[in-house]
Design a protein around this ligand. Structure first.
Ligand code: LLP
Length: 404
């Protein structure tokens, strides 16, 4: 995105024009940025050409997944719905991994029928259930085990998944119990060890620690894992001064690991692929000045973008037309929902705003639309894909009648 003649553009399209034609709130994704992110991701790890499985949960739009698929990516899914969507988008089932702590028998059965690449199991009970269902179907299927490496990802507590108090994966003791008794499971093959320590990780050190834990564990077993799935979690910068993940150092750590443990690496990135491709365009409905605060009441709300209300995170906000006239006031950007957490951010020294102005909330391509809801019976926003000078509607705005 950039300002040209003070007007904000996404690729070559004016934000004002998008809002005029498609209304607000509107999610808009940049194809160019998507392409750049995927190419960069591949380049960062090209020496060992990993299998990259896009984490569908970060953005479930079928048309966007279709574009991602064209770059050869597979998918990481965590529910039957996501699995169905990945298949609908044309992703090769041989590149689909099913993660998650609570897969139901139905979901396991469906995954086996669709002949997906791997089911990453997260408990002994789940392994028994997969084996039972595979036996009924007279099949032998490939699975992975997710290890909980008890590694602090140094990210928000709510999105940390690799510590021993988290529900994810199995601990070292259970891990060894499983592999030592694996011969009892005749209908499954143990192909993969997986880990995923959390999301929005900006420091490479937790990844190094995680690799050390995995390496030590592998040294204590004779079982050969064909695949090591390192999950996703690579963070992005939500503001101009936050640090960036050092991909070089992460890459070096993986190469060092591979010297001792020959295997194919799998990644499950979500945010690093789609996070910065998306914006949410919103219109100011009212400006309300109280003794305490100046509220900018937007037509986008926490049902459209849940991250600030759920995790207290900040997304950059930009005016669609730059005036360079600063407001002396502090603005609090809020939505119309009947909850005090329906608030995006508080900004000082923002430019002077007036009712009906358009603003843009940045970096909402991951966990934006996919976490949205119909709370307060608000229809979901439209989703648009910008491909150079074309605007493609990739999901229509929901109508009230869809909700009745
Ligand atoms: N693999 C597994 C097993 C996961 O649980 C996740 C994310 C990913 C891969 C992808 O992680 P990523 O590369 O996107 O960091 N709603 C939160 C993020 C929750 C992430 C959940 N798991 C947010 O808005 O920040």
């Amino acid at each position: 995105m950039k300002y040209i003649n003070k007007k904000l553009k996404i690729e070559s399209i004016n934000i004002q024009n998008i809002a005029k034609k498609f209304g607000t709130p509107a999610y808009c994704y940049s194809y160019k940025q998507l392409k750049e992110n995927i190419n960069n991701f591949k380049k960062n790890f090209k020496s060992f050409s990993p299998l990259i499985c896009f984490a569908i949960k970060s953005n479930t739009n079928v048309n966007l997944i279709k574009e991602i698929k064209k770059f050869g990516l597979g998918a990481d899914v965590v529910s039957m719905g996501e699995l169905m969507m990945a298949i609908k988008a044309g992703i090769n089932p041989k590149k689909i991994i099913f993660s998650g702590v609570g897969k139901t028998s139905n979901e396991i059965s469906y995954a086996i029928d669709k002949k997906i690449f791997l089911i990453n199991a997260e408990s002994k009970s789940e392994i028994m259930e997969i084996n039972r269902i595979a036996k009924l179907k007279r099949k032998k299927i490939q699975i992975g085990i997710r290890l909980n490496p008890n590694t602090d990802a140094k990210t928000l507590n709510q999105i940390s998944t690799g510590k021993k108090e988290n529900k994810f994966g199995v601990n070292k003791k259970t891990f060894f119990e499983i592999i030592n008794n694996f011969k009892n499971y005749k209908n499954i093959e143990l192909k993969c060890l997986s880990v995923h320590i959390g999301s929005q990780i900006l420091d490479h050190k937790p990844y190094e620690k995680m690799l050390n834990v995995v390496s030590k564990i592998l040294n204590q077993t004779n079982h050969k894992f064909e695949f090591i799935d390192l999950g996703g979690g690579m963070g992005i910068s939500y503001d101009d001064n936050s640090k960036k993940l050092n991909y070089k150092k992460y890459n070096i750590a993986i190469k060092r690991f591979l010297k001792n443990h020959k295997s194919k690496i799998i990644f499950e990135p979500g945010r690093s692929i789609v996070g910065n491709i998306g914006i949410l365009i919103s219109k100011i409905i009212y400006i309300k000045e109280t003794e305490k605060k100046n509220f900018i009441i937007l037509d986008a709300a926490m049902n459209d973008l849940m991250r600030p209300a759920l995790y207290g995170t900040n997304h950059k906000i930009l005016p669609s037309i730059k005036t360079n006239i600063n407001s002396k006031k502090t603005y609090e950007f809020v939505g119309p929902i009947c909850e005090s957490t329906d608030k995006f951010t508080t900004l000082k020294n923002f430019q002077k705003l007036k009712e009906k102005d358009l603003i843009v909330i940045c970096d909402v391509g991951a966990y934006g639309m996919s976490l949205s809801s119909n709370y307060n019976l608000r229809p979901k926003a439209i989703e648009l894909l910008i491909k150079t000078s074309k605007i493609i509607v990739i999901k229509k705005r929901q109508k009230h009648k869809d909700l009745m």
